[in-house]
Each structure stands twice: as structure tokens, then as C-alpha cells.
Write a protein that binds this ligand. Structure first.
Ligand code: ZN
Length: 203
């Protein structure tokens, strides 16, 4: 399976990092070795100084598809989850300054936290789903899928132009504002509507 991720998909987050709004989705990927499951702890790596949390809605692809039209994209996923796209922000800034790829700062082991999956049928409208991240019991990131610049169907359609989607592939759909560094001892809890799906410690 592969993990595709969308950058700068929420206006308020693009602005907080002083990035321009994208004219089309910004796409990068992570290997399957990046996955961090079962609320296992996140161990802060030693190759950078600032690791940021990015809470995101994650879509799991349930059938094979290529060049999917937006109006059919909703048939390509049945389940969603919450994820955290951990980012070594100081390393990302250094790589970007040199025009180098992002893998070292975004695709390292443990950088793709994933919760259990829930059926999308649970939600009345996937275009209006609330989610948030609490750090040590304080609201840190609050988002709603209606705030996406490119919605889920548009994202599935766009990435499938470039990459054949296969069963089990994951799409991280971008993060709202409020990203910030984690430190040893932090407790991160992610909520999809009222259900807590993520609850782990930083070590
Ligand atoms: Zn992200």
C-alpha cells in the first residue's frame, strides 16, 4: 500500500506557514514504514529539533482506480480515520531553502500516525465533519472538512491522475491551523466528531 498526503489544503494553515494558496493540490507521499498504529507512542527522532503535529482526516481507498472522475470518487472509499502527519519543521525549512525533496522531514518512521477506521456512513455529510487535536487536554487544532480548499472527491480524482489507487491506500487530506512542536511527555488526543480515535504519548 502507499500513503499519499496533501499539503496546504486549509487556508488558515497555509497562511500560518506563510505559504501561498495552491492552484491545485500539493501532493507528497510516505512509505508504509512511516505508519504508527494502535496508539503506540511517538519517539522523537534525533535528526531534527522541531517535530510538528498535523492532525488530518484520512481516507482509505477500497477499490482500484485510475483517472477517477470527481462525481464517482465517493465510490472509492467506505472508511475514514484520523491521522497525524508528523513533520520535522526545521528540517523541512532547510530542505525547502535548498529546493530538495521532503521525504527526510515528512516520511520518516513514525511520521504517519493512523487511528482505527470508522465507516463514512456514520456521517451525514463527509463535507461537514468536525475533528480536532488536543495536546495535554488543551484544544490545539480544530478543523472541519468544509474548510478544505480541495474536497475529498476532488483529491481522489486529482491524485488518481498520477497514481493508480489500490485497495488499502491512504490519503491524508491536509491539516487545519494550529500546528506546533511536540515534546517528551506530551499526550496527544484526536477526536472525529465526539469520538476519541487517537490517544498516545510522545517519548
Ligand atoms: Zn500534513
Amino acid at each position: 500500500m502507499k500513503i499519499l498526503c496533501i499539503g496546504r489544503n486549509y487556508e488558515d494553515h497555509a497562511k500560518e506557514l506563510k505559504n501561498p494558496l495552491p492552484a491545485e493540490p500539493v501532493v507528497f507521499s510516505k512509505p508504509d514504514s512511516a505508519l504508527l498504529r494502535n496508539n503506540d507512542p511517538f519517539f522523537i527522532p534525533d535528526f531534527a529539533n522541531e517535530f510538528h503535529h498535523e492532525i488530518e482526516l484520512v481516507v482509505k481507498i477500497n477499490r482500484i482506480g485510475k483517472s477517477i472522475a470527481p462525481q464517482f470518487a465517493n465510490r472509492y472509499y467506505e472508511e475514514v480515520a484520523l491521522g497525524i502527519d508528523f513533520t520535522a519543521r526545521d528540517l523541512q525549512d532547510a530542505l525547502r531553502a535548498k529546493g530538495l525533496p521532503w521525504e527526510k522531514c515528512k516520511a520518516f518512521d513514525g511520521s504517519a500516525v493512523i487511528s482505527k477506521f470508522v465507516p463514512k456512513a456514520k456521517f451525514k455529510d463527509m463535507g461537514n465533519v468536525n475533528f480536532r487535536l488536543d495536546v495535554n487536554g488543551q484544544k490545539q487544532q480544530v478543523g472541519n472538512t468544509s474548510e478544505m480548499i480541495f474536497n475529498i472527491d476532488q483529491l481522489i480524482s486529482h491524485v488518481s491522475k498520477y497514481f493508480t489507487l489500490k485497495i488499502g491506500d491512504l490519503i491524508y487530506t491536509g491539516t487545519p491551523a494550529g500546528v506546533g512542536p511536540v515534546k517528551i511527555g506530551d499526550r496527544l488526543q484526536g477526536f472525529l466528531e465526539d469520538e476519541m480515535l487517537i490517544d498516545f504519548l510522545v517519548k
